[in-house]
Design a protein around this ligand. Structure first.
Ligand SMILES: [Zn+2]
Length: 254
């Protein structure tokens, strides 16, 4: 689980351990290092792909998109999508009549996104269009999305990135896979557990469709946003496929 280093009790435990070692003098005798690694540094060293946007000159922009399953706060730099977090404050009251396109007319200018393809932050516009298609016109989803939306995850491991991209690109709308099957697709058939951890850390739910990953006995399994959303998203995809909005012959080939 990638969140383990951020759990407060663990941090506290490690800090206490470090101070015991320091005060006992053992640190100085055995490890003559003047600048011991902080928990944060260790954590970053454990999970880095060497692609930090902190050093880049381009700012990270954010916008809030109203969708049928709630408000998503989306963050992106010019290299790609960082995160999309669903606000849980409003509970879960799905409403397919909510028009994503109307909501972004307001959100994009506020986020500083200009009209036109030359805008370095056009990725936010792409995300908004993707959201609209996902809920309202899923039959058009495969034409451009979501493969064309890059993910920028400076603190992710190579493995996590590979799992997210494989899931995004190879498990299409309306289909599900088990953790083991996804591990197979990633090329690490024995890594079902690690795949499960990568799902837990997925910063871009719905777009990287971790809701399509279920248990091998067909139980839904966990979902960060709550299992009721997982069920709703899968039902939405299934009914869109069944009532012809999204014919299975239109599913993209891997
Ligand atoms: Zn970035």
């Amino acid at each position: 689980d990638c969140k383990i280093w951020s759990q407060p009790y663990l941090k506290h435990f490690v800090n206490v351990l470090i101070s015991i070692i320091r005060t006992s003098g053992v640190w100085r005798l055995r490890f003559p290092v003047s600048n011991p690694l902080s928990v944060e540094t260790v954590s970053r060293k454990m999970a880095t792909n060497g692609n930090s946007c902190k050093s880049s000159a381009t700012p990270i922009l954010g916008m809030v998109v109203k969708t049928p399953v709630g408000e998503y706060s989306v963050q992106a730099c010019t290299k790609g999508l960082h995160s999309m977090d669903r606000s849980r404050d409003l509970g879960f009251n799905p409403d397919l009549s909510i028009n994503v396109l109307e909501s972004i007319e307001d959100a994009l200018p506020k986020a500083g996104v200009k009209k036109g393809d030359d805008d370095p932050h056009k990725i936010l516009r792409q995300i908004a269009q993707w959201f609209h298609l996902y809920f309202s016109e899923p039959s058009k989803l495969h034409l451009t999305f979501p493969k064309s939306i890059a993910i920028c995850a400076p603190s992710a491991t190579e493995f996590q990135l590979k799992v997210w991209e494989t899931l995004r690109d190879r498990v299409p709308f309306g289909e599900t896979v088990s953790y083991g099957e996804l591990a197979d697709l990633v090329g690490h058939p024995k890594a079902a557990r690690a795949v499960g951890s990568a799902m837990k850390c997925n910063p871009n739910p719905v777009l990287v469709p971790c809701h399509r990953v279920v248990r091998s006995n067909s139980e839904l399994g966990n979902y960060n946003g709550g299992v009721e959303i997982k069920r709703w998203l899968l039902d939405h995809e299934k009914s869109s496929s069944e009532n012809g909005k999204f014919g299975t012959n239109m599913l993209p080939k891997p």
